[in-house]
Design a protein around this ligand. Structure first.
Ligand SMILES: Nc1nc(=O)c2c([nH]1)NC[C@@H]1CN(c3ccc(C(=O)N[C@@H](CCC(=O)O)C(=O)O)cc3)C=[N+]21
Length: 292
């Protein structure tokens, strides 16, 4: 067997952002509509600051309206909810994203519940999760949406494939499973209580790893020729005291077995932000009654 193709999510995301920029230009010219994204960051989590900055920059590069609301860590839940309410009714804003994690004194569930489903570009509200599960038009979470694009590009038809999703979070594992199911895959959701996880993963034509455990998925867990999508973003210490980014998959060994694999960084991560822009454009069109 030859080595796996390395799926270039960075390049794919750059092309997707160009397509989005062209669509934004057309919306401006034909409808006088500028899609707008508001990102809210509470506190000073260093990783979140980096992500939020990239989101703002890429939103502007696509020709969209961008606003970033940076609130101190002591912000009360009531203050945060009041900001979300204001953004819900602001006609220049079509997407509202509150960056996670939020500080411990704020309930993530309450924050999500306050976001208008029509502006929920994270696809996290109960309304959007239910719409996705029911096969209705929805805003779908960005990371799984990006994974689906990479899978379709790699495999073409997904119908009938066996997919194993490792991880069951509301942001990633559950919506990923729903999207794969909607594409007619046979889907298993595995998690920390799954018995004999390696044997379950070995059944899969498509493996999506989203557990947050560095390099957990080993070569002997993977069926030869499977496509492996690595959603993990783990910082591990290097010998020189600095850190490096690794996924949930033992990349160097798994690439000898898989037919295609996403690297970390440069795989799924860049797709997440590109899909956030795509969701914001979609929300702007739906809010303004413009057909897809
Ligand atoms: N409400 C909310 N929605 C989110 O979608 C959300 C969130 N909160 N909180 C944190 C996670 C994480 N996340 C990433 C986005 C981009 C990269 C990304 O661009 N990664 C690059 C670079 C990574 C780096 O160098 O640090 C890569 O993998 O190549 C990674 C992770 C969105 N998240």
């Amino acid at each position: 067997m030859s080595e796996a193709a390395i799926i270039d999510g960075k390049a794919f995301a750059a092309r997707l952002r160009q397509t989005i920029a062209a669509e934004v230009a057309a919306l401006k010219a034909e409808h006088g509509l500028t899609p707008g994204l508001a990102v809210v960051l509470v506190g000073e989590d260093p990783a979140s600051q980096v992500y939020v900055r990239s989101k703002g920059e890429q939103t502007l590069e696509a020709g969209m309206h961008s606003e970033t609301h940076r609130l101190p860590a002591e912000t009360s839940q009531a203050e945060l909810l009041a900001l979300v309410e204001r953004l819900n009714s602001d006609p220049a804003v079509h997407g509202v994203l509150v960056q996670f994690p939020v500080p411990d004194h704020i309930s993530q569930a309450d924050v999500v519940a306050a976001i208008s489903p029509d502006k929920d570009v994270d696809g996290l509200t109960v309304a959007n999760a239910g719409r996705l599960a029911s096969g209705l038009p929805a805003l779908t979470p960005c990371t799984p949406t990006g994974c689906m694009m990479l899978l379709r590009d790699q495999l073409g038809e997904l119908s009938g494939k066996r997919a194993v999703v490792i991880g069951r979070s509301n942001l990633m594992g559950k919506p990923m499973a729903q999207l794969l199911l909607a594409a007619d895959c046979t889907v298993t959701i595995a998690h920390s209580r799954t018995k004999d996880l390696p044997a379950v993963v070995r059944e899969a034509d498509i493996v999506v790893a989203a557990v947050g455990r560095p390099q957990m998925v080993k070569a002997d867990w993977v069926k030869p020729g499977a496509v492996v999508i690595d959603v993990g973003i783990n910082r591990i210490p290097k010998d020189d005291g600095k850190t490096r980014l690794v996924g949930d998959v033992a990349f160097d060994e798994v690439k000898a077995v898989a037919s295609a694999i996403t690297p970390v960084p440069g795989g799924v991560g860049p797709m997440t932000i590109a899909c956030l822009l795509a969701n914001t454009v979609l929300a702007a069109k739906r809010l303004n009654g413009i057909g897809e």
